[in-house]
Design a binder for this molecule. Structure first.
Ligand code: ARG
Length: 458
């Protein structure tokens, strides 16, 4: 059986292998809903411009309604022979309404049609992701609020650095996901432009009204160059880059959750419903969700590179290469959407263990910088203070004790500027409370930051 859309030009049917190789219907059928939306807006414009009749428009609307219900009921028959979602729907429309269906493609090409579909699809996906980012940020902010005063060691180089509050640590991720939401909003501006009207590449001879179609479909503007309109996939690449950053942030957080849940660390527990056991080791409870999220970051990063590579060698205008944009894009959307949904949920299933965090913060001389700052405030230049405290730490390492375990006389051996008031500085609470400026870890600042995020999220 010949493919009917272009059969008269061909003297032999497409081989079965080529048919399967070139067909996209089994993955692009997920564009059916937006494809129909685009077609209805196009038909409405054609009728308004007198290019097709009002009765043709009504027939097209009737046929499309029928097709929508067939798809919803799972009764629509998708045919490989018809290559893609666009031709499948148009063929069925023609079966249902005859000549009116054949007039739908007037002044249009699959090139501007598919570009419109992807933009409509991606706009919806961005809106979903924006909601999910907000939910995740709210869940992490709630966790931050519960633990505005909980102290854990902060690390650099994975070595104990300075005490921080767990609330502050959670708010670091709230910031990251906030930037992700901004990137999505910015990307949406460039997604939300209408390519339809560019036709195959050069525009059309019919008196079309592109602004009317743009308004019907909720686009902010039209694409202003027909060659660019059909061949631009920047918006999809940009989305994948923003998505890769979302996953990168999720992955960093995952890495921390996995470490924190290790019994050797024991800072948190994750609710059982997000973990799995082992088929051999009865004692195991594994943090599968964060591990898998960390792993899935690889595929999303891969999709970004796939799309960049897909575009780099394409001359203007449309090339069939672009059919390869869909699977990476769909998988990126699915992966990011599922991951954010599960993370927003899991954030509420994290149990913090403040005693374990505190015990860890008491090891590793986390308040050494506080002691140096104390000496500076007593008049010692910072470099000298740094050296004096380094010697004190060295002595503690030799004795196997903490800075706070040293007596006043012990400490005075390193600097005679040390006085009774030093011990307040060496406590974990004193250390975090002292970092009381915008962006600092003090509980008071954490509460201010939480209020700011809540105001932003409404
Ligand atoms: N399935 C195609 C795609 O995804 C639709 C556009 C095909 N256009 C063409 N002239 N072959 O890009």
């Amino acid at each position: 059986k010949k493919s009917e859309a272009w059969s008269a030009r061909f003297s032999e049917p497409v081989s079965d292998l080529v048919k399967r190789y070139t067909a996209s219907v089994f993955f692009d059928k997920r564009l059916a809903e937006v494809d129909i939306q685009g077609s209805l807006a196009h038909a409405d414009m054609l009728a308004a411009q007198g290019i097709i009749s009002q009765s043709d428009l009504q027939e097209i609307q009737r046929g499309m309604a029928q097709i929508q219900s067939e798809i919803a009921a799972g009764q629509f028959e998708w045919l490989l022979d018809l290559e893609d979602v666009h031709l499948n729907i148009e063929k069925r429309l023609t079966e249902l309404v005859g000549d009116a269906g054949k007039r739908l493609h007037t002044g249009r090409s699959r090139n501007d049609q598919v570009a419109t579909d992807i933009r409509l699809y991606l706009r919806g996906a961005i809106d979903d992701i924006t909601v999910l980012l907000r939910e995740l940020r709210l869940a992490l902010t709630d966790l931050a609020e519960q633990h505005a005063d909980t102290i854990l060691p902060g690390f650099t180089h994975m070595q104990v650095a300075q005490p921080v509050t767990f609330g502050h640590h959670m708010l670091a991720y709230v910031e990251m996901f906030g930037r992700d939401a901004e990137r999505m909003a910015d990307c949406r501006k460039r997604v939300n432009r209408l390519p339809l009207g560019a036709a195959a590449l050069a525009g059309t001879t019919f008196p079309i009204d592109r602004l009317r179609v743009a308004a019907t479909l909720g686009f902010d503007d039209v694409c202003h160059n027909s060659l660019d309109a059909v061949s631009d996939r920047d918006f999809a690449i940009e989305f994948c880059a923003a998505a890769a950053l979302v996953m990168t942030h999720v992955s960093r957080m995952s890495e921390e959750l996995v470490i924190w849940m290790s019994p050797r660390v024991g800072f948190i527990d994750i609710a059982d419903r997000f973990c799995t056991g082992s088929s051999i080791m009865p004692q195991k409870k594994n943090p599968d969700v964060p591990e898998l999220a960390r792993g899935k970051t690889g595929r999303v990063n891969g999709h970004l590179v796939a799309l960049l590579t897909l575009m780099k060698g394409q001359p203007l205008a449309y090339n069939k290469d672009n059919q390869e944009d869909k699977e990476p894009l769909f998988d990126t959307v699915d992966t990011v959407t599922d991951t954010l949904r599960i993370f927003a949920d899991m954030a509420r299933g994290i149990t913090v263990k403040p005693e374990a965090m505190r015990a860890a913060a008491l090891q590793g001389y986390a308040t050494a910088t506080d002691l140096a700052d104390y000496l500076v405030k007593k008049g010692l230049p910072f470099r000298d203070a740094h050296e004096a405290v380094a010697r004190a730490v060295r002595a503690c390492v030799d004795r196997g004790c903490d800075l706070a375990d040293l007596t006043l006389d012990d400490l005075r051996a390193f600097s005679d500027l040390v006085a009774e008031d030093v011990f307040a500085v060496l406590t974990l609470e004193g250390s975090v409370a002292a970092r009381d400026h915008v962006g600092g870890t003090a509980p008071a600042q954490v509460r201010t930051a939480i209020a700011r995020v809540r105001a932003e999220l409404g």
